[in-house]
Write a protein that binds this ligand. Sequence first.
Ligand SMILES: C[S@@+](CC[C@H](N)C(=O)[O-])C[C@H]1O[C@@H](n2cnc3c(N)ncnc32)[C@H](O)[C@@H]1O
Length: 188
Amino acid sequence: MLLDTLPAAPERALDLGCGDGRLAALVLDGRTSVSEVIAVDISPPMLARARERFWGDPRVQVFEWDLEEPLDELGEFDLVISGFAIHHLEHARKQSLFKEVAHQLRPGGLFANLEVIQSATPELHATFRRLIGREMDDPEDRLAPVEAQLTWMREAGLQHVDCLWRWRGFALLVGTAGPPSPSVVTRT
Ligand SMILES: C[S@@+](CC[C@H](N)C(=O)[O-])C[C@H]1O[C@@H](n2cnc3c(N)ncnc32)[C@H](O)[C@@H]1O
């Protein structure tokens, strides 16, 4: 489903909370146009696994980065992906991060966020947890419902915002950057 959503020929991609680089590898395999991937994570063991995966691949830069930090230093992207990472952030940071993503995306660029989301009721959440074999919630989770996240993405200025896939507490949330605002001078 993620591959189906990707733009035809993205060049520069960002993976937020890349872990071992699984999603970045999927994107590189699925779109040969990608010439540069910035893969960031806060966990040294996960970064080590990502570096091992992409060792010798000049298209990929893996580095330590806290998603609490503003994204503007990382530059502009045709594609921003994230897998099961943003739900660790407080809701206020999710909202500001979505705004930063929208700002760093080039016109027509895609934000694709595969996430753990809050189920509609505690009973549905308990069923989800049982089905994925978890006895306890992760105390670091800050789960938000799909509806709220789609609203935050729209408020961030993203277009064509939707939940394109969902199974229980997992969802793929996507949005596209629109044309540049007339007040914005060309960014480099
Ligand atoms: C469940 S793993 C998913 C990894 C990968 N994206 C995937 O889909 O397989 C979540 C990742 O988010 C990272 N993460 C959590 N909070 C973060 C933060 N504040 N800044 C950067 N990375 C973070 C974790 O270190 C971990 O590697």
